[in-house]
Structure formats: structure tokens, C-alpha cells
Design a binder for this molecule. Structure first.
Ligand code: PMP
Length: 423
């Protein structure tokens, strides 16, 4: 029975078109449909399920919290659940990394965090312009869309998207052109006609835009440039953060300290909606209620978010385990890329995949993988990249099993292409 999805639900639905099963149950890295098929999940709720589905270490405190009569909804009022989350976030994440950030809870999605970051950057600098990068993705509300690259998504706005310019991401040109050549010049040149921006917003790995991973030295160059010209640096860690690239924040490897950081997706740990915008204390110039919202700081999400930080980030054991999975994933992807001429590994950490030389292969491989019980999505402006985002908690066996399915799907899809080409 799937009629109601097609008759009542809007045409805007997307993932369910590639994966038409009705998913009923989930555990760890598995999803089971109501007709009893089990799928291995290398999609992880687009990065909202870094600790897998229904993780017992998070479920137990959630069930206890809900059954206890504790407050569920409280806007931004004080609750013990919020106190514990803030304390744990400070002790487990911020302090050990020497990060001095204030924590703001915007509405509970990634795009809300980005909107808050953009608004704050404009308010703090008194400037309007924001620079973002080619192939960036920052969300679907108007401010976030204005700093997003994808033309189809931008068109959906229906109005001009203004007050932002796109600049080339790392390796956009030939690898020969000096990084930030254009940007340095126009910022120096009072006749360039480019308004001095309030901020630059960047993803360290472009999750939706094709798994382009910026080099650490490029990120350091960007951070230096922002400091020199007094431009705020916003890192959108909505997808690449919460451990996805092997460290809690994706910018740790580069050793930079952004002025503003956007977090959402896996910050609640359990797939419950929650978002944070972090910023240097001097930037905390909001007036009370100036950026409001009904669903800021949802207590069940605080409970699971606290449990995730306690369980996985108190010591270094989990990060080490994730490191081993990263090596395993990249070895597997290397083998897949080597099996197709012109294919290359893309991405960083457990946010990685393979780009194919044509625009069709990745979609065909993803469809083939689905038939064999693996959920993987595509990424990039032409959906030319197969994108793997297994749970950080995945077992070595499940990761190998998924890679085997993907290898087989790649073989089947490329053989079919060669056959069609030969006819
Ligand atoms: N920023 C980045 C980097 C993202 O990947 C996404 C979601 N894919 C968003 C922002 C928007 O998050 P949300 O869909 O929760 O609004």
C-alpha cells in the first residue's frame, strides 16, 4: 500500500523515489522495510545518524527521560536536560580543543543554523555581502540558498538571491593557479567593485556539491586571509561535523579556529532535530529574542545529544575506531575507482565516494546497489559522484559487506554501459 504517498504527498518528495521501500524498523546500520527486506544503510540520514539507528546507548536515556514526566518542550527556558547538554558540550568538546565559543540554539535544522550565522555576521560587521564557494550547499531557506551553488535549488527560490558572491573552492581551476588569487586582488583594489564581505562561509568537505575536500593548507590560507582583511570565517559543519571526518569538528585537522560554526544533523546523536550556532564571545551582540523560534533546544534531543557526547567523545577510543574505518573505507573506494577508467576517490573521512567520468554511472550504481540491499546516494552538480556515509559506529564486517555490494554494483552498471556502447 503506497498510494497515499503518491496521491497526497507533494511532488517535492525526493529520496523515496530512489528508494521506494516502506521502511519500518531500524537498528545500527540496518533498515528493514515492511515487506521484510533488510538494507544496509550507507546514507545515515544524510549525516543525521552518525551513531546509527536506535543506538541503545542513546535510546535508554531517552526512554527514561520521556517516561519520567520531565519537560519535553520549553523554547529556550532553563531545564536540567539543557544544563547537562551545555555542561557536557563544554567539558567534552569545547574545553579539550581550547575553543572559546558561545552556544546559540537556533531552530532545529542545519539551515536555521546557517541563517543565524549569516545574520550575526552581518550584524556584527555592519556589512551585507557574504562570500561562499562554487558547489557549496548550505540549506534551503532564502539566506542559505543565496550562498548555495546548485542552480536547480537556487531557481526554487523564485526571487533574486542577492548580497552574496561565489568564489572558487579549492582545486576549482587547474591546480596551477595560486589559491585566492582573485580574492586577494579584489580585496586590495578599491576599484574592484566587490563590496568588502561580512563573512566567508565554507564547508571543509562539500557534502552535496560532489565531495570536494579542501586541503588543510587551503583552509589555513582562507583563515589567514579572513583574519588579515577582518572578514568573519563561518565553517558550516552541519554535514562534515560531529566526527564524520574523523575528528569532532572537521576543521581540527587544519588547525584553524573559525569565528562562527554551524552544527546540526548528528549533534542530537539520535536523528532528533537540534542545531547549534557557535561563535566567539565578542560576537554575541544579539538582543534578547532578536533571533527567536518555537523549536529551539528540544529536550529529548538534549538528552540523546548528551549521551552521545558522553559515550563516544569523553576519551579517544571512539575516534581511534573511526580512524580504522576511514582507512578501510578509503581502501575499498580506491579499489572501486581503480576498476573504472577515469574514476577517482573523492572526499575525506567517512564522507567519501567515487567520481565517475560520465554523469550517468553513479546513479546507475546507486540504483543497482539498492536492488542488492544497500542504500547509497549520489552527490555533485550532475549527480556524478557516488557518496558513502556509513555510520561512524559501523562494524568492520558491515563496512566490508557494503563495499562488496558496491563493487558488484559498479561492475554490473559499467558492464551494462560498455555493452550499450558496443551496440
Ligand atoms: N549545510 C550543509 C553543509 C548541509 O549538508 C545541509 C544539509 N544537507 C544543510 C546545511 C542544511 O541542513 P538542513 O537540511 O537540516 O536544513
Amino acid at each position: 500500500m503506497t498510494d497515499i504517498f503518491e496521491t497526497l504527498e507533494s511532488e517535492v518528495r525526493s529520496y523515496c523515489r530512489s528508494w521506494p521501500a516502506v521502511f519500518e524498523r531500524a537498528h545500527g546500520s540496518s533498515l528493514t522495510s515492511e515487506d521484510g527486506r533488510t538494507y544496509l544503510d550507507f546514507f545515515s540520514g544524510a549525516g543525521a545518524l552518525n551513531y546509527g539507528h536506535n543506538n541503545p546507548a542513546l535510546l535508554q536515556p531517552l526512554l527514561e527521560y520521556l517516561a519520567s514526566g520531565a519537560v519535553v518542550h520549553s523554547l529556550d527556558m532553563k531545564t536540567p536536560a539543557k544544563r547537562k547538554f551545555l555542561q557536557t558540550f563544554q567539558d567534552v568538546i569545547l574545553k579539550p580543543r581550547n575553543l572559546d565559543y558561545k552556544v546559540m540554539f537556533p531552530g532545529p535544522t542545519g539551515t536555521n543554523s546557517v541563517e543565524a550565522a549569516l545574520k550575526l555576521a552581518r550584524k556584527a560587521t555592519g556589512r551585507q555581502h557574504i562570500l561562499s564557494f562554487t558547489n557549496a550547499f548550505h540549506g534551503m531557506t532564502l539566506g542559505s540558498l543565496s550562498v548555495t551553488g546548485n542552480s536547480m535549488k537556487r531557481q526554487g527560490a523564485g526571487i533574486p538571491l542577492t548580497n552574496s558572491s561565489k568564489i572558487p573552492y579549492d582545486d576549482y581551476f587547474d591546480g596551477e593557479t595560486a589559491d585566492f588569487l582573485w580574492l586577494e586582488r579584489v580585496l586590495e583594489d578599491s576599484g574592484s567593485g566587490v563590496d568588502k564581505p561580512a563573512a566567508v562561509i565554507v564547508e571543509t568537505v562539500q557534502g552535496e556539491g560532489g565531495l570536494n575536500a579542501a586541503r588543510a593548507e587551503w583552509l589555513r590560507g582562507l583563515s589567514d586571509l579572513c583574519t588579515r582583511y577582518e572578514i568573519l570565517l563561518i565553517v558550516d559543519d552541519v554535514q562534515a561535523g560531529c566526527g564524520r571526518t574523523g575528528t569532532f569538528f572537521s576543521f581540527e585537522e587544519a588547525g584553524i579556529t573559525p569565528d562562527i560554526v554551524c552544527l546540526s544533523k548528528s549533534i542530537s546523536g539520535y536523528g532528533l532535530p537540534l542545531a547549534l550556532t557557535l561563535f566567539r564571545p565578542e560576537l554575541d551582540i544579539w538582543s534578547p529574542g532578536e533571533h527567536n523560534g518555537t523549536f529551539r533546544g528540544h529536550n529529548p534531543a538534549f538528552v540523546t545529544g548528551t549521551a552521545a557526547l558522553e559515550t563516544y567523545w569523553r576519551d579517544g577510543a571512539f575516534q581511534k575506531q573511526v580512524g580504522a574505518r576511514i582507512v578501510q573505507l578509503h581502501e575499498g573506494l580506491g579499489r572501486i575507482a581503480a576498476s573504472v577508467e577515469g574514476a577517482k576517490v573523492r572526499g575525506r573521512g567517512l564522507l567519501a565516494g567515487v567520481i565517475f567520468p560520465d554523469a550517468e554511472s553513479a546513479g546507475k550504481i546507486a540504483a543497482e546497489a539498492y536492488e542488492h540491499g544497500l542504500l547509497v546516494e549520489t552527490s555533485g552538480p550532475e549527480s556524478e559522484v557516488i557518496k558513502l556515509m556509513p555510520a561512524l559506529t559501523i562494524s568492520a564486517e558491515d563496512l566490508d559487506r557494503g563495499l562488496d555490494i558496491l563493487t558488484e554494483a559498479t561492475r554490473a552498471a559499467t558492464e551494462a554501459r560498455e555493452l550499450a556502447g558496443a551496440l
